[in-house]
Design a protein around this ligand. Structure first.
Ligand SMILES: [Zn+2]
Length: 98
């Protein structure tokens, strides 16, 4: 398992979440697993930092070592923002992972 926000392998908790879709493109089933850093941002409600972190990590994971074009970054960040908005609407309090 990896963190559903930043792809870190260091998972420490899971947030049960209702299933949802974003348009016809993306969807989510079941809970979202999180690393410690992302969990802190969720627990403090820091949506903008969580969003920025997820967008940056997306490029680091998928295009390692490459520069991030501004326009593409904005597009990806917008999509992630739609996903995150649904997460914020649908998640429940976290559960620890043993
Ligand atoms: Zn994370």
């Amino acid at each position: 398992m990896i963190c559903d926000f930043c792809s870190s392998p260091n998972i420490i908790a899971s947030y049960p979440c209702k299933d949802f879709t974003v348009g016809d493109v993306f969807g989510s089933e079941g809970g979202w697993t999180v690393c410690e850093d992302c969990m802190k941002l969720i627990e403090t409600g820091d949506r903008s930092r969580l969003l920025h972190r997820s967008a940056i990590k997306y490029f680091k994971v998928n295009f390692p070592g490459q520069p991030i074009p501004d326009e593409l970054f904005r597009v990806v960040k917008n999509w992630i923002e739609l996903l995150h908005e649904k997460f914020w609407e649908n998640f429940e309090s976290k559960e620890g992972i043993a």
